[in-house]
Write a protein that binds this ligand. Structure first.
Ligand code: FMN
Length: 357
């Protein structure tokens, strides 16, 4: 185990410590996907992280999956993001944007044009979506045609270019948690029989194309990929991890980092290490109460391969998490009722240690 407070690098990113803030949707953007001043304050409060990964941000309008989540597909949004990245940098931090195309996880009432969500195949997800009119069942998405698939790649590229213009230190492409790229990877959501479906190699073709195109556009040293093998979230079924992930991992460009979310037990991190030897960061399964740091989580960092540990709820509830880890606690408990509630409460008002003592 290495020292969490030791410097490390992920591609072009230099991090003063090995604790990464996990991407967390907080639904504090405006209804039309504009970042707000409150968001700048929230992220700047957490600038002590070695790296902040932003909440999921839709790269195109049809990629939006939740209410009041921010986008990065217009110049205006990029300008607003500039206030967030400037605030983080002024506070001494680093931030990459998580580009998340939600695919079939969405609802037509989320979009002004009321269009339907898109996916590899026309299969509705089990479950319900939080919409302006309350909880609604997921709808049958439109299966992307060949032009639609190209548009997905273009959308990720344009958003990545805008991200760099907006001052982000890089981008993380979301390939997990049952969103669009995961829907292509998983056999139960991808019933295509073209170049983007049919066998594991072809199911990986779109995620591979996105990674190659984004790496080409902004440089591989500023690009990461998040995966969550076997995560059943959003109605995903993945049985053979090796078959599914081998083609993806073997064809990745030399990106800055692979981000593994250990969603299930036993954790697949060791097996993934056999297929990808580049820099890796891991969001481990934890046993600590929500909001508390789990000292066991540090043991995932092994020096050169697993370079940092990714922390979600504990960072949400403890803006000064690093000082608290150094001090051995105490920790604020996370208030789940304010995760997506909008407003300042449960967002920028978690007390720091200084305020507690
Ligand atoms: C409020 C909340 C929002 C989340 N939103 C996202 C998201 O936008 N993108 C993503 O990849 N994961 C998201 N996650 C999952 C976290 O990144 C992380 O994997 C999860 O919280 C487990 O880590 P932890 O035990 O340290 O909290 C979210 C989690 C929480 C608690």
């Amino acid at each position: 185990m290495s020292d969490l407070f030791e410097e490390t690098t992920l591609g072009d990113l230099v991090m003063p410590n090995r604790i990464v803030m996990a991407p967390m949707t907080r639904s504090r953007a405006t209804a039309d996907g504009m970042p707000t001043d409150l968001m700048a304050e929230y992220y700047a409060q957490r600038a002590g992280a070695g790296l902040i990964i932003s909440e999921g941000v839709h790269p195109t309008q049809v990629g939006q999956g939740f209410l009041n989540t921010p986008g990065l597909h217009t110049q205006e949004q990029a300008q607003r993001w500039r206030s967030v990245t400037d605030a983080v940098h002024r506070a001494g931090g680093r931030i990459v944007v998580q580009l998340m195309h939600a695919g079939r996880i969405g609802h037509r009432s989320l979009y002004p044009s009321a269009h339907r969500s898109v996916a590899p195949s026309a299969i509705a997800a089990a479950g319900r979506c939080f919409t302006p009119a309350g909880m609604q069942p997921y709808e049958i998405p439109v299966a992307l045609d060949a032009v639609g698939v190209e548009r997905v790649v273009d959308g990720f590229v344009s958003a990545s270019v805008l991200a760099i213009e907006a001052g982000f230190d890089g981008v993380e492409i979301h390939g997990g948690n049952g969103f669009l790229l995961h829907q292509f990877l998983a056999a139960n959501t991808n019933l295509r029989d073209d170049a983007y479906g049919g066998d594991p190699e072809r199911r990986a073709a779109l995620p591979v194309a996105v990674m190659a195109a984004v790496a080409d556009a902004i440089g591989p040293g500023r690009v990461g990929l998040r995966i969550s093998p076997s995560n059943p979230y959003n109605d995903i079924v993945e049985e053979d991890l090796e078959q599914t992930y081998r083609p993806l991992l073997m064809q990745l460009p030399p990106i800055a980092f692979l981000h593994v979310l250990e969603a299930v037990a036993p954790a697949p991190t060791a097996r993934i290490g056999e297929l990808w030897s580049g820099p890796t960061i891991v969001n481990p399964r934890r046993s600590a109460p929500t909001g508390h740091w789990d000292p066991q989580a540090a043991s995932i960092v092994d020096g050169d391969r697993v370079r940092a540990v990714v922390v979600g709820a504990a960072f949400l509830a403890n803006p000064d998490l690093l000082e608290r880890i150094r001090a051995g606690g105490p920790y604020n408990a996370a208030d789940e009722s304010t995760y997506y509630s909008g407003g300042a409460q449960g967002y920028v008002d978690y007390p720091s240690l200084m305020a507690v003592r």
